[in-house]
Design a protein. Structure first.
Length: 90
């Protein structure tokens, strides 16, 4: 059984406030997330183990962006998203 059999996927953009480590300027950045929501009905033809896996599964989001570009026109350097989770359960 594949994850796509269990979840519906959708991309979302969420705003987050980060500070550039190079120029120290704060700004709001758009961060892309993949939202995976559990389907309403389980797929047909599952064995008991797969049914249990479907019942235990829950909605979650996975961050797609790992790096951001500073919005300051003088800096424009890339930096990692600091201490932000990459997987969030909804």
């Amino acid at each position: 059984m594949n994850e796509r059999d269990i979840f519906d996927e959708k991309q979302e953009v969420k705003k987050a406030n980060f500070s550039c480590p190079h120029c120290r300027e704060r700004g709001d950045y758009d961060v892309r997330w993949m939202t995976r929501r559990k389907k309403r009905q389980e797929p047909r033809g599952l064995n008991p183990q797969q049914k249990a896996q479907f019942q235990k599964s829950q909605d979650y989001m996975v961050r797609m962006d790992d790096m951001l570009v500073c919005q300051n026109t003088r800096c424009r350097k890339r930096f990692d998203i600091p201490s932000s989770q990459s997987v969030v359960f909804i």
